[in-house]
Design a binder for this molecule. Structure first.
Ligand code: GBH
Length: 451
């Protein structure tokens, strides 16, 4: 593997609800994921994040695992309902104290803290008032960001306001597969705009406190036109047109406003999108204030076809054929990472800030062999391919400053519960035992070699 720049940040990622547990401790309020995971038939294995990886109590052990790995950055998320149990009002000092301890223990080990403010765990009280459909939630988010940055801004080096607003929008508010589990099919656009406005207000608040870089973590997926057989060779012009629509929806809806200060053409065709009543004067200026970095979460490209007759959407998503798949069934396509990075550079040019890969990784059904070791060869293959694809994008002139792998350890994978393991470290969810996998040793060697 070619050398990476000497100051390149190799790191790992996690999120609060997926690892922390301790959901009623030290004054934490309920989030929409507490509510959702406790409803029947929402989660594949009928589990919840009540305990998850018990990281709230075991963070010191987890930081030690990161130190031994040699990472220079750790991307975690702050649970809003720990800081503000009902999403408004003064900070809960005991909740903030947890992140204070975490940040200090990271810095003691030479690991730069990268904090996400919203990885989907909205305070339930705000959902009861409409959640992201309510413009007030954006203002609340700005105030929460102010409290968090006031407490931690002297030490956090990178802030991510939102995690994957497109996924929170589609899975949470259109398909209903994630919390809050609603299907706002008649009028979804406010959830888009209020998340972006919340980002802008939070970004401005963070800048008041400390010198950490301000960013957002978006999910990107190259939209590949395919035919009925799932191959690119089988695509025709109507499939290519459908892929362009999907590309604007998935890859540009939350990025054009940030970097170009306007929504992509076609957004007005979203059902009920009365832009004039939702996008108020000045909003796009708040949203498009310059960023210090752009977080890119990449998993795989998406196969897109023209819709069948009378389909409700102007595109149809299709499994790509011809690629190996992970335990989720997601195709393994490293070159999609190069493609999306180069596309971002072409699309946004000088307005594109330095990129951080804020998530990339894969799940496999790995467990201990007879000798107790966990040999996750497929994960090493996935990661090796993607790190090479990242290097290729950098060679093509895209500036990337860091790579935070998803994930440090197996954790609670949303609607899939504990059945999908993404970690470099295996977690036994009965005993909470942590066992580094072969991929952990592989990543440690990569970091040692290339920095
Ligand atoms: C991220 O979301 C989340 O930020 C993180 O919390 C989560 O644990 C992690 O990824 C792993 O899931 O339909 O086959 O083309 C990822 C969002 C949305 C990426 C679905 C892959 C579909 C694959 N994902 N997408 S496919």
């Amino acid at each position: 593997m070619d050398q990476f720049p000497a100051d390149f940040r190799w790191g790992v990622s996690t999120s609060s609800y997926q690892i922390e547990g301790a959901v009623t401790e030290d004054g934490r309020g309920a989030s929409i994921w507490d509510t959702f995971s406790h409803q029947p038939d929402r989660i594949g294995d009928a589990t919840t994040g009540d305990v998850a990886c018990d990281h709230y109590h075991r963070y010191a052990e987890d930081v030690a695992l990161m130190a031994d790995l040699g990472v220079r950055a750790y991307r975690f998320s702050i649970a809003w309902p720990r800081v503000q149990p009902t999403g408004s009002g003064p900070a809960n000092p005991a909740g903030l104290a947890f992140y204070d301890r975490l940040v200090d223990s990271l810095l003691e080990r030479g690991i730069e803290p990268a904090a996400t403010l919203f990885h989907w765990d909205l305070p339930q009280a705000l959902q009861d008032a409409g959640g992201w459909t309510n413009r007030d939630t954006a203002a609340r988010f700005g105030e929460y960001a102010d409290l968090a940055a006031r407490a931690l801004g002297d030490r956090v080096r990178l802030w991510l306001t939102l995690n994957e607003p497109i996924i929170h929008f589609t899975l949470g508010h259109l398909l209903g597969l994630h919390a809050p589990g609603v299907q706002l099919l008649d009028n979804p656009f406010p959830v888009v705009h209020h998340q972006l406005l919340g980002h802008g207000l939070a970004a401005a608040a963070i800048r008041q406190h400390g010198t950490g870089a301000v960013s957002i973590a978006n999910n990107y997926s190259p939209a590949w036109p395919v035919g009925a057989d799932g191959t690119r060779a089988g695509a025709d012009d109507s499939d290519r047109a459908a892929a362009a629509v999907y590309d604007a929806f998935h890859n540009r809806l939350f990025t054009d406003p940030l970097l170009h200060g306007r929504y992509p053409d076609g957004v007005e065709r979203l059902p009920g999108a009365d832009l004039d009543s939702i996008v108020l004067d000045g909003d796009l200026e708040v949203i498009s204030a310059p960023l210090d970095a752009l977080g890119v979460n990449y998993y795989n490209p998406t196969g897109v076809r023209a819709p069948g007759h009378d389909g409700p959407l102007p595109f149809e998503l299709t499994q790509l054929s011809g690629y190996p798949t992970t335990a989720f069934g997601w195709p393994v396509v490293p070159e999609g990472l190069t493609e999306i990075l180069v596309t971002l550079k072409q699309r946004y040019g000088d307005r594109l800030p330095p990129i951080w890969i804020t998530e990339n990784g894969c799940c496999y059904d790995d467990g201990p062999g007879p000798d107790g070791s966990i040999v996750d060869t497929d994960r090493i293959t996935y990661l090796d391919g993607h790190v090479r694809a990242l290097r290729a994008a950098m060679d093509a002139g895209v500036r990337v400053d860091g790579y935070c792998l998803w994930s440090l350890m197996d954790n609670w994978e949303w609607a899939e519960g504990f059945t999908k393991r993404f970690g470099l470290v295996h977690v036994d969810f009965d005993t909470q035992g942590r066992t580094p996998k072969a991929s952990y040793a592989w990543y440690r060697d990569l970091i040692a070699r290339s920095s």
